[in-house]
Design a protein around this ligand. Sequence first.
Ligand SMILES: [Zn+2]
Ligand SMILES: [Zn+2]
Length: 183
Amino acid sequence: MSGFQVTINDLMKKATVFHGHLCPGIAIGVLAAKYALEHGFERSLDEEIVAVVETDNCSVDALQILLGTTFGKGNLVHLDYGKSNYSFYNRKTQKGVRLALKQEISEYKNLSRDEKIQKLLELEPEGVFDIREIEFDPPGLAPINESVPCSICDEFTMDSRMMNYQGKFMCIPCYKEFRSKNP
Ligand SMILES: [Zn+2]
Ligand SMILES: [Zn+2]
């Protein structure tokens, strides 16, 4: 599938403004986003693109701003595995791709921050990630839930997050507190 060429400098600028500082993590996220943008994963206004990320480090901010896969829209899913792996799904084309940071990139540890950034930006995404197509199997669309008041603190809480303890409906923090006092 043909994509379009985007310049790494433009992407870096946008991502750095959004993120707040320049760092190797942003460079990694920008390279992942560049690959996606050039391979049929257009910036997502709604939930056309889903990103499943296995890290919550700086790199993810580049994906949020450049691919429109955001926490608030629910098309950014975090798996807390502590790995720099990124899977993208395109609901329009039913394609999926997974980018996994190459081991030699993780081993840049003895370089300075600036050297790391420079070295990364000299590479193409293919030199930074092991990339493979994956089955189109994205997480479901972000659910829209009713909110109901918690029976203890009275704060409105998404229905799907309410805990039911012996017929009493409570929000998660109230439930935790209640159970710690009533084990
Ligand atoms: Zn950073
Ligand atoms: Zn509560």
